[in-house]
Ligand binder design. Structure first.
Ligand code: FES
Length: 102
């Protein structure tokens, strides 16, 4: 059963992303035109910071070597990463991000 974990971080503005740490796990939270998406912040290639990557069409590009991940599912769209990242449901409660961990 998913565990909702509250943070002290407000949601990022539209078109931006933030990195939050929940129960020792780093999650990149993106605001896509008001829809929040959460995925592992560390790229599965060698740990690039995905919250700093450019986003287009619901896909983030790792700023280090260009791997791409679908923000809705975490699925890998392009290497050099060999696998996708985990995605997490994210919502806002009382002005702060809440991330649901599996
Ligand atoms: S660390 Fe992300 S593509 Fe290399």
């Amino acid at each position: 059963m998913p565990t909702p974990v509250a943070t002290e971080t407000p949601p990022p503005p539209v078109g931006k992303a933030v990195r939050v740490t929940v129960n020792g796990k780093t999650v990149a939270v993106f605001n896509l035109d008001g829809t929040l998406r959460g995925i592992d912040a560390a790229c599965t290639h060698v740990g690039g910071p995905l919250e700093r990557g450019p986003v287009a069409g619901g896909v983030v590009t790792c700023p280090w070597h260009g791997s791409q991940f679908d923000l809705a599912t975490g699925a890998m769209k392009r290497g050099p990463a060999a696998r996708g990242v985990t995605s997490y449901p994210v919502r806002v409660e009382n002005g702060h991000l809440v991330v649901e961990l599996p």
